[in-house]
Design a protein around this ligand. Structure first.
Ligand SMILES: Cc1cc2nc3c(=O)[nH]c(=O)nc-3n(C[C@H](O)[C@H](O)[C@H](O)COP(=O)(O)OP(=O)(O)OC[C@H]3O[C@@H](n4cnc5c(N)ncnc54)[C@H](O)[C@@H]3O)c2cc1C
Length: 327
C-alpha cells in the first residue's frame, strides 16, 4: 500500500477546501469499506484522503411530511434498523439488510454505497490494464469472468453498478444533493450516474472536489409499495448478479406511478421505461408481470458468458412485480 496523508476535518467547509486545494490527488473517504481495499490492491492511488466521518451534519436522518432526508454518512446498518422505514419506505430498509455482511453494513455509508467502484474482476486487478484504469481496451469481453458484467448499456466498458440502494432510491424518485466549494446542486439520483459513453473512468457526474451531502426522497403516497429482489451467488454477503426494485400504487385496482429499476446488469442503475409502460394503467396479473419482465430485458445484449443473467433478471422482475402489493 502506498503512503498517503489522512485528513480528518470536522466541518464540510474544511473538507471541501482540502479536496479543492489538492484537486486530483485527493479523495473523500467515508467508511473506507470499498476505498481501502482498492488502495491496498494498488488499483487506485491518492496522495491525500479527506475523511468525511467527523462531519456531524452529514449524519442527519429524518422522515417527515416532506419525505425522507438521509445524510451521506448514514450507515447501511442504520437504514436496516430504522423502524421509521415502514409502508412505502420499507423497501429501503429491506435493500440495506441485503447488502454485504453486518460488519460492512456497520461501516459502509449511503454516500459510499452510491459511489462504490465496480466489482469487475479486471478493474479490481492492478495487473490487468482496462479502460477504467486508463488502458486502451476492455479485456473483459474475451474473459470467462463475466458474472459482474453488463448485459445492457455496455459501451466499450462492461462494468456494472453494484449498489443495492441505488435501484431502490431511484424507484422512490430520490434526489441527490451535491456540494463543492463553488456551491450546491441537486438532481434526480438517476441522473447522477453516468455510463462509460460519457467517461469510462468514472461512474457518476461528481466534479473533482465535490461530495454527496444527502439523498432526499419525496413524500410517497401511502399506498405506494415497492419490492426489492436480488439474485446472488451466495446468500451471505454477496453482490447482486441481478437486482430489481419495482414499485407502484394501486388506484381502483390499476397500476399507477410504476417504477422498475434494475441493478447489476448495466454500468448504471437501469430504469426500465419499457417495463413501466407495460405496467401503467393495468390490473396486476401474471400475464402483465411477465410482459413487463420481457420488456425490461428487450434491449439486452449479453456477453458470451453471461446470458444466464437475462433469464434470472426476467424471472426476478416478474416475481418482484407480483409481490409488490402482496407484501
Ligand atoms: C465484501 C463486500 C460485499 C459487498 N456487498 C455489497 C452488496 O451486496 N450490495 C451493495 O450495494 N454493496 C455491497 N458492498 C459495497 C458496500 O456497500 C460499500 O463498500 C459501502 O457502502 C461503501 O461505503 P463506505 O462509506 O465504506 O465508502 P468508502 O469506501 O469510504 O468510499 C467508497 C467510494 O465512495 C466515495 N465516497 C464516499 N462517500 C462519499 C461522499 N459522501 N461523496 C462523494 N464520494 C464519496 C469514496 O471517495 C470512494 O471512492 C460490498 C462491499 C464489500 C467489501
Amino acid at each position: 500500500m502506498r503512503a498517503f496523508t489522512f485528513e480528518a476535518p470536522a466541518t464540510l467547509t474544511d473538507a471541501l477546501s482540502l479536496l479543492e486545494t489538492h484537486a486530483e490527488r485527493a479523495q473523500p473517504i467515508a467508511g473506507g469499506s470499498d476505498l481501502i481495499g482498492l488502495l491496498k490492491e494498488d488499483v487506485v492511488h491518492y496522495e491525500r484522503l479527506v475523511s468525511l466521518a467527523g462531519i456531524a451534519a452529514l449524519r442527519d436522518c429524518r422522515l417527515n411530511q416532506e419525505g425522507l432526508y438521509l445524510g451521506a454518512l448514514v450507515t447501511l446498518a442504520e437504514l436496516e434498523h430504522d423502524t421509521r422505514l415502514q409502508g412505502p419506505y420499507r423497501i429501503l430498509a429491506e435493500a440495506a439488510r441485503g447488502v454485504a455482511t453486518p460488519e460492512i453494513r456497520n461501516q459502509g455509508t449511503l454516500g459510499g454505497n452510491l459511489c462504490q467502484r465496480p466489482r469487475c474482476f479486471h478493474y479490481r486487478s492492478a495487473l490487468i490494464p482496462c479502460l477504467k484504469k486508463g488502458g486502451a481496451a476492455c479485456p473483459a469481453i474475451e474473459s470467462p469472468h463475466q458474472h459482474y458484467l453488463a448485459v445492457m448499456g455496455g459501451d466499450g466498458c462492461f462494468c456494472v453498478h453494484a449498489s443495492d440502494l441505488a435501484p431502490v432510491l431511484i424507484a422512490m424518485g430520490a434526489n441527490v444533493l451535491l456540494e463543492g466549494l463553488s456551491g450546491q446542486r441537486s438532481m434526480l439520483l438517476e441522473s447522477f450516474f453516468a455510463g462509460p459513453g460519457q467517461d469510462a473512468q468514472r461512474e457518476n457526474v461528481l466534479e473533482p472536489g465535490e461530495v454527496i451531502t444527502a439523498v432526499t426522497v419525496p413524500a410517497l403516497s401511502e399506498d405506494w409499495r415497492g419490492a426489492f429482489l436480488k439474485a446472488r451467488e451466495r446468500t451471505a454477503g454477496d453482490f447482486p448478479l441481478v437486482s430489481v426494485a419495482a414499485g407502484f400504487s394501486l388506484v381502483n385496482g390499476v397500476v399507477q406511478q410504476p417504477r422498475v429499476v434494475l441493478g447489476g446488469v448495466a454500468p448504471v442503475p437501469w430504469r426500465s421505461l419499457a417495463a413501466e409502460t407495460v405496467l401503467e394503467g393495468q390490473e396486476p396479473s401474471e400475464e402483465v408481470s411477465v410482459r413487463a419482465a420481457d420488456a425490461a430485458f428487450s434491449a439486452a445484449q449479453p456477453l458470451a458468458h453471461n446470458d444466464y443473467k437475462v433469464d434470472i433478471g426476467r424471472a426476478l422482475v416478474a416475481r418482484a412485480i407480483r409481490s409488490v402489493h402482496s407484501v
